[in-house]
Design a protein around this ligand. Structure first.
Ligand code: ATP
Length: 265
């Protein structure tokens, strides 16, 4: 069936399109140097790279959180980034729950900001809390939860929004290895149900390969893309099972080598 012209245009448009982005905070070496990146709808993309290569800056730019003079173009679903774009949900590394709100109220917070009706947001938040394993903790406050539980709540809050694009800045960076594995598994399960577009930042190459369709490796000073690799591991995936998978380990060794070569350039 032929789609109407406008539907075709929307279908062909990338979720995120960065072209030739160069950005500097100070005079001298640019923070980000000629980065181009097209993320199709529904792709789970991870960006790995050393501290200071500009990962968070790129995410902040996409979310419209910062306005830094730059050359090149950045488009989200064909539009210029702008703060408050409902097309985007942003999950941070640091604990971003509001301490005076219960788990349920925290999970519903993003929807509340966006004006979702009270009953609807409570229902959706409850459902998501059960899915992230926090059923029964709806009335607890953040200080009564472990760090892993708080990040589960933040995950519920992010997925409760109907944004087609999720930006995630090292959401599991500060967790212990076992909790991290549990949350990666949870994220993959949630994502596999809906296949939204995800840009996920991490320092952990193993995590990036396990959860993503594609891994982009950046180098620092200036921040640039050194390699961009499709991950040919079939879905649905189990992050835990992958730890024993030889393809996963081969990919790790391969990307690691390219990462080191990129650093030498
Ligand atoms: N608002 C700002 N003003 C000046 N310099 C900034 C600002 N934000 C970031 N920078 C600089 O830009 C560079 C990239 O920072 P950014 O936080 O994007 O890196 P990153 O790759 O996310 O690092 P990390 O992995 O440590 O979080 C760093 O050198 C940082 O000091």
């Amino acid at each position: 069936m032929d789609l109407p012209l406008t539907a075709n245009v929307v279908a062909q448009q990338a979720a995120i399109e960065i072209k030739d982005l160069t950005l500097s905070f100070t005079a001298g070496t640019p923070t980000i140097d000629r980065v181009s990146l097209t993320v199709p709808h529904g792709q789970f993309l991870s960006i790995v790279g050393p501290s200071g290569c500009g990962k968070t800056t790129m995410l902040n730019l996409l979310a419209g959180l910062i306005h830094v003079p730059h050359s090149g173009t950045v488009r989200i679903q064909g539009r210029e980034p702008r703060l408050g774009d409902h097309g985007i949900a942003y999950m941070l590394a640091r604990d971003s729950l509001l301490p005076w709100r219960t788990t349920l109220e925290n999970a519903a917070y993003g929807m509340e900001v966006r004006g979702v009706a009270a009953e609807q947001r409570r229902e959706r938040a409850r459902d998501l809390l059960v899915r992230v394993g926090l059923g029964g903790f709806e009335k607890s406050y953040p200080k009564q939860l472990s760090h892993g539980m708080r990040q589960r709540c933040a995950l519920a809050r992010t997925f409760a929004l109907d944004s087609p694009i999720l930006l995630m800045d090292e959401p599991f960076g500060a967790l212990d290895a076992q909790t991290k594995l549990q949350l990666e598994e949870l994220l993959v399960d949630l994502w596999q149900e809906e296949r939204r577009t995800v840009v996920f930042i991490t320092h952990d190459l193993g995590e990036a390969i396990a959860i993503s369709d594609r891994v982009v490796v950046m180098g620092a000073r200036p921040g640039r893309i050194v390699t961009d690799v499709e991950i040919p591991i079939k879905r649905p995936r189990s992050v835990r099972e992958l730890q024993k998978d030889h393809v996963y380990h081969e990919l790790y060794a391969h990307i690691w080598e390219m990462l080191e070569q990129g650093y030498k350039k």
